[in-house]
Each structure stands twice: as C-alpha cells, then as structure tokens.
Write a protein that binds this ligand. Structure first.
Ligand code: SF4
Length: 300
C-alpha cells in the first residue's frame, strides 16, 4: 500500500525538546485549504493510504474537512499522527472518527507526567494524551503509539511500554531521536549513545511482546538489534510520497536512505550492508562510528 504523508502545518501545542521540525512552526503555521485538497486528490491516483502530520495536524482549523475529503476520495487508511492532546475531548474524537479517520498514531514519551510533560515542555500534555488514547480506543483498536527515545527517557522505556499496554494500543514503536530541528539545538542533552540505550530497548520489546503487542523500532541499525532484527520498522515501512509545505519527495523510502541516513567505514563488511539503512546521518557526527560493529556471518 503506497502512502501519502502530508504535513498540513507545523503549528503545535507541544514544544518537544526532541522535535524534528524545529522553527518551521514560525514559518508555516497552517497550510492553505486548496493546497491540501489538491494534494489529496492528486496523490489518490497512486496512494491507498494517507497520514496527516505536521506539527500537530488536529490544530489546523480545517482539519476535519480534510479528513472528510480523504474519506470521500476513498482512501482505505486515513491515519492521524498526533500528540494526542485534542483527543482528550470526547466530542472531538467522535467528530474525527465520524469524518473518516481510522488509524491513529499518538506520541507518548514518558511513563508519568513529570517525564512526558518535561519532554514536551507542555504541562498537562501527559494527562491529555492518555485520555486521548482511551477515547480513541472506544472506537478503534488501530492505534500505533510512538515514543521518541532520548537521554531523558531511555531508562523508563519498559515502564512506558507497560503504560501503553494498559492503554490498549495495538502497536508500540520506539524511535531513536532524529538529531535535527530542536533535537539538534539540544544535541548536548537529548541524544544518548545507542549502545547505552539498547538493554532498555530490548527489555521494553520483550515486555510488549509478552503482552501480545506488536512492537517495532526505528532508526536503530541491525548491529544493535542482535536477536531482535524482526522488529526493525524500516524493513516494512510502506513506500511513501511525502508532501512537505515547501517541497515534495515522491519516493521518501529512497530519499531517506540516500539523503537522510549514512553508513560507516566498516559497514561494507557487514552481512546487513544492503538491507540496513544505517543511522540518521547526524548521529555519527556526534558519536562517531566506534559502536557500529559489522555483523559477521555465523560459522556452522
Ligand atoms: S551495515 Fe553498518 S550500520 Fe548497518 S548493521 Fe551493519 S554495521 Fe550496523
């Protein structure tokens, strides 16, 4: 299923310390209506799924009419990538479901309000996203949560997964922070070395699996994932057309690899060299390549 990823404005009511969009909210607070409708109609010729993203897409004043239009165009999957706060309103959740949204991707970065609200820089955001997930869950089980892994929360990944299990999400994604935008400004405090976070990532995966959840990781290469390779999301992310406000990427899956990720000096000796995308290219600029040990073929 080919997917359209459309950013409908970068305005957001969170101010995450790990945000990849940085200052774009000042330049592009909301996208013109006609522009969004046109992109939805054009992409429908090649895409069966659409994900509304941003910024926080639910804050666009015409958000619900965009969802309705996507439904009218008969997109099979209409996903909302969200910080989840607007869904703390039952009324808004009902309107969104009625408009046609059928998949939801809320973000949760902490197991309690102290941690989550600190990372989002937004008091009350933890209580709202938790309530939002509960409200959505009354209508659908298609909820894929996203947790951005940073130096502040990696030790609590197992607790975050326990909370998400309790909130009855369907799938849990743990994504290593992409060190760009605001995360780049906070590069001295936000990212942690992958070799340090991995025991917690693996424990979190085991906990989620034991509770029957679908688990996946993003931006963590194979050389860190021994025994957990099947959870690497890049292997099954669908081909995507990405429509940013100022440019379009027709084949994001290629762009991600050629412009976004990079390989190290020893990667060519690794059995995953072809399959692996490598880390986001900003990571080795900060931490170097020493942690990346090429995976060797097992001798029989
Ligand atoms: S190709 Fe490089 S980054 Fe990918 S798994 Fe192998 S050593 Fe790690």
């Amino acid at each position: 299923m080919r997917k359209l990823d459309i950013k409908i404005g970068y305005r957001c009511n969170n101010f995450c310390l790990h945000c990849v969009q940085g200052d774009k909210r000042k330049k592009f607070p909301k996208r013109p209506i006609r522009d969004v409708l046109r992109e939805l109609a054009i992409a429908r010729h090649e895409c069966d799924a659409v994900v509304f993203t941003g910024g926080e897409p639910t804050l666009h004043p015409n958000f619900l009419s965009f969802v309705k239009f996507a439904k009218r165009l008969n997109y099979a999957e209409i996903q909302i990538q969200t910080n989840g706060r607007m869904f703390s309103s039952v009324d808004f959740t009902e309107k969104c479901i009625k408009a046609g949204a059928n998949h939801f991707a809320p973000s949760l970065h902490g197991h309690n309000s102290d941690l989550h609200d600190f990372l989002t820089h937004s008091p009350g955001s933890f209580a709202q996203v938790c309530q939002g997930i509960r409200n959505i869950r009354k209508y659908t089980k298609n909820i894929i949560s996203n947790t951005v892994i940073s130096r502040f929360n990696y030790r609590y990944l197992p607790e975050i997964v326990k909370l998400l299990v309790g909130l009855r999400v369907d799938q849990i994604q743990l994504a290593y922070v992409h060190i760009t935008g605001t995360a780049l400004k906070n590069k001295d405090t936000i990212p942690e070395k992958k070799s340090i976070i991995m025991p917690y990532v693996k424990k979190a995966i085991r906990l989620g699996k034991a509770s029957g959840k679908r688990m996946c990781t993003e931006a963590i290469p194979y050389c860190f994932m021994a025994g957990y390779e099947k959870y690497i999301a890049e292997a099954f992310i669908p081909p995507t057309k990405m429509v940013e406000q100022s440019f379009t990427v027709d084949k994001y899956e290629e762009f991600r690899v050629t412009k976004g990720k990079s390989k190290g000096p020893h990667c060519k000796d690794c059995i995953y060299f072809v399959k692996c995308e490598g880390p986001w290219r900003e990571y080795p600029l900060i931490f170097g390549w020493d942690e990346f040990k090429p995976v060797q073929k097992k001798l029989k």
